[in-house]
Ligand binder design. Structure first.
Ligand SMILES: [Zn+2]
Length: 73
C-alpha cells in the first residue's frame, strides 16, 4: 500500500530533515513541508528525497514509522 510522504524543509536538532506521513503528531506546519509523493515506506521515500534533492541528511520520523510500518516489518 502506498502512502503519501513529505519532509520538513527545516532540519531538526541533529541536522536532518524528518520524513513524515500524514496524520503524524509531529508533522510540521504545512508551509514547511516539501511533498515527496506516494511511496511504499519511509525508506523508499528517503531514497527518493535523496535523489530529488541531492542531499543525504534525511531521517524517518519514529512516530510515523511506529504507526505505519512496525506492523509490516
Ligand atoms: Zn512523523
Amino acid at each position: 500500500m502506498l502512502t503519501y510522504y513529505f519532509y520538513n524543509q527545516n532540519t531538526d536538532a541533529k541536522g536532518n530533515h524528518q520524513v513524515h506521513a500524514p496524520d503524524c503528531t509531529y508533522s510540521p506546519e504545512v508551509e514547511d513541508t516539501i511533498a515527496l509523493g506516494m511511496h511504499a515506506n519511509s525508506k523508499e521515500a528517503i531514497q527518493y528525497a535523496e535523489a530529488f534533492t541531492g542531499k543525504t541528511n534525511f531521517d524517518s520520523c519514529a512516530c510515523c514509522w511506529t504507526k505505519l510500518e512496525k506492523s509490516q516489518a
